[in-house]
Design a protein around this ligand. Structure first.
Ligand SMILES: [Zn+2]
Length: 266
């Protein structure tokens, strides 16, 4: 099997994980900019993080034949201070043209505050200015439904936005239909403690169809599993889904969405 891991935070993973991903058939991996497990004390911390995402991680992945791509932004968890957020955002232009940068992400909401929403909208505008795709994070658990609605309402105010270039990630049973019905892509995150289990994700595919949807591990500094996508593919096989359908979900769909970035080349 070959597959694309469309959402992984490899800065918090070991090199052994890259080897396991390669052994499982991972050809390309995409790393959204996010919280690093701690709040950074200055914009310089993000400058180094963006260097890590665009210089160091691609080299680490290449040792195992994996293409590494990334997304840039200040994540919603650290974006509540708008002055600080804008300082970080002012770094984006000097990194945005680098060869592994796909677009703007993962932006979104964390606690659904007014400041987070303002910074979210300023990021969407950057993506429009550069004509690049957008990857959106939705909040966890009890904040998810409200946050998803706020995000959809906000996106509706961008008349020039091409919805096929926007993916809204971490959807669950109660948010997936709104996202797909509005014309956006949806991402399902396979996470051991919160978010979807493989069986819940497969139920969602069987209920809502297999167009404009992908799945990812979103592995990071927390309890998470870099092998979540191949494990879910195995479970799909056990549930008698065809190899063609599995390939569509784990390879063709992410390829289709990501190819909208001029930098995504396998
Ligand atoms: Zn993430």
């Amino acid at each position: 099997m070959r597959y694309i891991e469309p959402h992984a935070h490899m800065v918090s993973r070991t090199t052994d994980d890259y080897e396991r991903l390669a052994l499982a058939g991972c050809e390309a991996l995409c790393e959204p900019a996010f919280w690093a497990g701690f709040d950074r004390s200055s914009a310089d911390g993000f400058y180094d993080y963006f260097r890590q995402l665009t210089e160091y991680e691609p080299r680490r992945a290449a040792r195992f034949g994996i293409k590494h791509f990334c997304w840039l932004c200040i994540n919603p968890k650290e974006a509540d201070d708008t002055v600080f957020a804008r300082e970080v955002m002012s770094l984006i232009p000097q990194f945005i043209e680098r060869e592994n940068v796909l677009g703007i992400g993962e932006i979104g909401l964390n606690k659904n505050t007014r400041s987070e929403l303002k910074i979210f909208e300023e990021h969407v505008q950057i993506a429009l200015d550069y004509d690049l795709p957008v990857l959106i994070h939705t909040p966890h658990l009890e904040d998810k439904l409200k946050g998803t609605k706020l995000i959809l309402d906000s996106l509706a105010s961008f008349s020039k936005l091409d919805r096929s270039k926007v993916i809204i990630d971490h959807v669950e049973e109660h948010t997936v239909a709104q996202v797909l019905d509005a014309g956006f892509w949806a991402g399902m995150t396979l996470y051991p403690e919160s978010k979807c289990t493989p069986n819940r994700a497969i139920d969602i595919l069987e209920t809502y169809g297999t167009e404009r949807i992908w799945m990812n591990s979103a592995c990071d500094w927390g309890v998470s599993d870099p092998m979540a996508v191949p494990k879910c593919a195995l479970e799909m096989r056990r549930r008698r889904h065809t190899p063609e359908l599995i390939n569509k979900i784990v390879f063709e769909n992410p390829k289709q969405f990501l190819s909208q970035s001029p930098r995504f080349k396998l």
